[in-house]
Ligand binder design. Structure first.
Ligand code: ADP
Length: 327
């Protein structure tokens, strides 16, 4: 605990995710409620370097809670990785007497914030805005629930046509390093197989299970693949299946960026609102350089330098459930 802040700024950085607007709104309105001056920074660290900074009042965040994307826009910024770049960023904040900064982004954005807060006297608070849910210290990240529900809706639609034609469908969802979207959407849509980066893909076992199901006349098979699956994604899986089972009809659908957009779900709006509110609470209480997560439905504060990507933490029991329920 340290000194309190009087002027704060908020930015969104790195990959965008639905619910970021709800978090911005919560930061702005809570800040104004407590009598702080609140500023919005456009395009993440890039806008901070370019002094693209505006005063935000309660009206400037009206009617955004239900909108996907981020009104502050987001960017990646090479220059912020350099000490000179971060000095420029600091000078722009200092010129306005801004001493608190809320960063809504992923682990990369938090690494930037750690460097920044080590070098300069700016209190930084991190909120997890990423559809991948792969951040330590929180059960939820802003955007995951929306992304996974978008994937479920799309897969349900594909399942209808797949069922009509007795096809194998291989659907690729987002998740370069993490399989949470694949695992959650796969279980929720009754996938027979789910391939994720956290587990080695046994393609022989996969083909054997498809052949066995074919013998039992279970011709419809849904395989959900995370884009970061080490075997090489949906197209590669389809190629091997077609090679081994030339008689089978195997189709591929890559869901892509639809998973990033759309109106945030109730859950994402709720956690974004809670996290945004608590980010400001931290700043006015003099808490510095922490990440604000939610664990077991309680706020969880973790020093920013200890927050990184959640790795290899898939619940084994969930994979067992997939196998049993797909039989
Ligand atoms: P995400 O926040 O979604 O993980 P990135 O990894 O692209 O996205 O990080 C967003 C931005 O954070 C980068 O463009 C860069 O400006 C900043 N950043 C990332 N890592 C560092 C670092 N080690 N030092 C300084 N800035 C960093």
């Amino acid at each position: 605990m340290d000194k309190k802040v009087s002027r704060i700024a908020v930015l969104t950085s790195g990959g965008d995710s639905p619910g970021m607007n709800a978090a911005i709104r919560a930061v702005v309105r809570t800040g104004n409620y407590y009598g702080l001056e609140v500023y919005g920074i456009m395009r993440g660290y890039q806008g901070l370097l370019e002094d693209d900074i505006y005063r935000m009042d309660n009206r400037s965040v009206a009617n955004i809670i239900q909108r996907g994307g981020t009104i502050l826009k987001t960017a990646r910024c090479k220059e912020f990785r350099t000490p000179e770049g971060r000095k420029k960023a600091y000078d722009n904040l200092k010129a306005r007497n801004i001493d608190g900064l809320v960063i809504i982004g992923g682990d990369g954005s938090f690494r930037g914030a750690v460097e920044f807060s080590r070098e300069f006297d700016i209190a930084c608070i991190g909120l997890a805005g990423t559809i991948d849910k792969d951040i330590q210290g929180t059960d939820f990240t802003i955007g995951f629930d929306t992304a996974v529900n978008t994937a479920v809706q799309a897969i349900d639609k594909i399942r209808d046509t797949m069922d009509a034609h007795d096809r194998i469908f291989i659907i690729e969802v987002m998740g370069r390093d993490a399989g949470y979207i694949a695992l959650h959407s796969g279980i929720a849509t009754g996938a027979e197989n789910i391939l994720i980066p956290e587990q080695k893909t046994d393609i022989e076992a996969l083909v054997a299970s498809l052949q066995e199901k074919e013998r039992r006349k279970k011709l419809v098979n849904l395989i959900v693949v995370a884009e970061g699956d080490e075997f090489g994604g949906a197209n590669e899986v389809a190629r091997v299946i077609k090679e081994r089972m030339p008689q089978a009809e195997a189709r591929v659908a890559i869901l892509g960026h639809i998973q990033r957009g759309g109106a945030p779900t109730c859950l994402d709006r709720l956690i974004a609102s809670r996290m945004g509110y608590h980010a400001v609470e931290c700043l006015i209480q003099g808490r510095r350089n922490v990440f604000v997560g939610i664990m077991n439905n309680k706020m969880n504060y973790v020093p920013l330098e200890k927050v990184g990507k959640k790795k290899g933490t898939i619940n084994e029991e969930w994979m067992k459930i997939v196998k049993i329920l797909a039989s």
